[in-house]
Design a protein around this ligand. Structure first.
Ligand code: FMN
Length: 269
């Protein structure tokens, strides 16, 4: 036996190799953290733009996103929370805890109101406007809720009438490719364009149905085709829209925004 082939030396080489590799991996992970954060932010910006139909190949995402105005709102009051700077607002408090988890900055949801399995709802949230010549052309609202395997996170863009949908885009979910993950399929996403959230009497109507929308039905403008083989994800999408566009979601803010938009329109006449 070669005198270098002792058990101790083999162990030493093995452990040293493990240590060196783990140090390299840790340093790489730490070094790439900022870049990962930046890429995640860019991806979210692209989804915000895409939900409002503003993503084009002509300009890069940073350039396009310059046209987006960010505001933080208070979901309890429906007012703008101007003391919170939207540029630095990332949905986290001073302890880097999500606003939605801190009892001081969120409300607990009861089992009958928590239709999207959120458990708590944050009081402050960042929303987005796309404006042209100072006039609102799109309002972009973050939405999230449980699908089959986990929470889907996305953005719903609506027209200034606050009732017509421009688009719905998800930036994170755990649904199955070919089934629930079809929420990312451009063909399915295109079905949202022009759909109405409420009837003319104000009744909440928008939903993802099971099966295909009957194009003869008067309800068609409030309905989107279900994802085939993915009824649970489809129901999750309906539930999250019902929650976020309801009283515990953006309803108070949207009611105030409607008055703001109508006042501005009256001034412009
Ligand atoms: C491996 C696997 C993955 C699935 N992934 C999803 C999914 O992402 N979303 C979903 O709603 N249903 C998914 N399902 C199907 C659900 O379990 C359930 O059967 C389905 O939502 C019922 O929809 P249907 O009535 O349209 O068939 C999956 C099933 C299997 C076996």
């Amino acid at each position: 036996m070669n005198k270098n082939d002792t058990l101790l030396k083999t162990l030493f080489v093995g452990i040293t190799l493990c240590l060196v590799c783990s140090i390299i991996i840790s340093l790489t992970a730490v070094g790439l953290r900022d870049q990962q954060k930046l890429l995640k932010q860019k991806d979210q910006q692209s989804k915000i733009l895409s939900s409002a139909g503003l993503l084009t190949n002509q300009k890069n995402i940073e350039e396009l996103f310059m046209a987006i105005e960010e505001r933080v709102i208070n979901l309890d009051t429906g007012e703008y929370a101007d003391s919170l700077d939207p540029k630095s607002f990332d949905g986290k408090n001073f302890e880097s805890e999500d606003y939605s988890k801190d009892p001081l900055t969120s409300v607990q949801l009861s089992s009958d109101t928590d239709i999207s399995s959120l458990k708590r709802r944050e009081n402050f949230i960042k929303i987005y406007f796309y404006k042209e010549n100072n006039n609102i052309k799109a309002v972009i609202l973050p939405v999230r809720g449980l699908g089959l395997w986990g929470t889907l996170y996305g953005y719903l863009a609506i027209e200034p009438d606050l009732n017509t949908i421009i688009g719905l885009e998800y930036f994170s979910h755990k649904e199955t490719p070919g089934l629930g993950a079809e929420v990312d399929n451009p063909r399915w996403k295109s079905k949202w364009r022009g759909k109405k959230i409420r009837s003319s009497s104000g009744e909440f109507k928008i939903e993802v149905i099971k099966g295909l929308v009957n194009l003869e039905s008067p309800e068609r403008k409030y309905q989107v085709d279900g994802l085939s083989g993915a009824t649970i994800t489809s129901r999750g999408v309906s539930n999250m829209l019902t929650f976020w566009l309801g009283e515990l979601g953006y309803a108070k803010f949207l009611n105030k925004l409607k008055v703001e938009i109508e006042n501005e329109e009256a001034l412009n006449v």
